[in-house]
Design a protein around this ligand. Sequence first.
Ligand code: HAX
Length: 430
Amino acid sequence: MAKLHEKLASQIPALREEVRALVKEHGTKVISEVTVAQAFGGMRGVKGMICDTSVVDADTGLVIRNIPIGKLANRLPEEIFYLLVTGELPDAEALADLQGDLRKRAEVPAYVWAVLKAMPEDSHPMTMFNTAILVMERDSVFRRRYAEGMRKEEYWEAALEDSLQLIAKLPAVAAGIYRLHTKKGEPLPSNPKLDWGADYAQMLGIPDPSGEFANLMRLYLTLHSDHEGGNVSAFTCHTVGSALSDPYYAVSAGMNGLAGPLHGLANQECLHFVLDLRKKYNGVPTDEQLRQYAWDTLKGGHVIPGYGHAVLRITDPRYTAFHDFGGRVCASDEVFRIVDAIFRIVPGVLREQGKAKDPWPNVDAISGSLLYHFGLTTFDYYTVLFGVSRALGMCAQLVINRALGTAITRPKSVSTEWIKSNVNTERRAA
Ligand code: HAX
């Protein structure tokens, strides 16, 4: 099978032609309408952009290139990146080539560590992560080649080059941030014999005699890699990239969205929720205690972290994949048992309250409990792990968009006055 670059080069002409023909033949067909509620409500459900890397359906959850995420749980994150970009899983040769390429690019420039070490000690790990990505922008091939007059047909190659540089370095950057933030010591060197996920695991410096922590990291990095195009981080990355800002700028912007409590920070919030429960009830609460706690949370005006989703209307299949892992590796762990108990009770409470459209758990409801089991107990670091993984999807989407010559994002905003006068016109007409 062809190496990643060659594979893409062979696919792109047909992809461009397909899009050109679709727009030419069907450009005026209507695929979505927008209600007043959607305009005020985060554009939820409005179909207004294209993303081919993955699809999230309310009833199936994440499907990457026609493969449900549950069927990809045993794949390496590098395989997922190849799949996201090309639509096919790599064979052994193409995978080995990609892994070799990433290894060659893995060394983190010394200036990154100097910048990170100069940051205030109480900087949030996501701020450190974003800063590291942004400071590496000085090495962007996309920006340099654009300034030199790069042709539009070549944008994707420069975007891929920056993406591979970034993806190769992120595990070392992120692991180093963990060690600096937690004062565990200097960043640990990459081990070129290991795959991307296992190398990240060993650079964190967490003891792993069973090898299961490396397995968890591979799983984590695979499950979080992409979630179609409209979520806050992907959409932000897409928008910034559409201005032909290079992938360092675009991915860093996406990560700033991931840092929000309703998005990537939710995994941190979830574990707080679980541990608060454990503290309050001195162990695994009874179902009745849990029901009361959930109601108190809602009545206090707070959301139950890890539950609900903007798109999903089922238990997130990524939750299920993590649950399978936890059931095999740490079924008797108290924190894992509390996560299980929450799953028994909270959907019923949310349904009874009747506000959340999706009463089921999303991926964040469980991921933290598994990290915690292995001793990764620095909650505010969890979103960085998420970010390392999601960089795969953001970069894949950027490469495809530059290949297709996707236009600059520029939806039309309207004022509240405009809405009022249009609604009133309709009422008068009716
Ligand atoms: N607990 C309490 N109330 C909830 C809720 C929850 N878990 N989920 C939704 N609701 C509420 C909303 O706050 C909203 O209330 P208001 O009408 O008072 O504003 C109402 O139910 C309707 O919301 P919705 O349409 O069902 O959900 P949204 O699309 O607006 O929001 C969220 C989706 C994920 C942000 C939401 O479900 C939530 O806040 N969940 C908890 C936080 C969380 O788990 N976030 C991680 C999501 C996965 C992710 O992106 N990870 O990166």
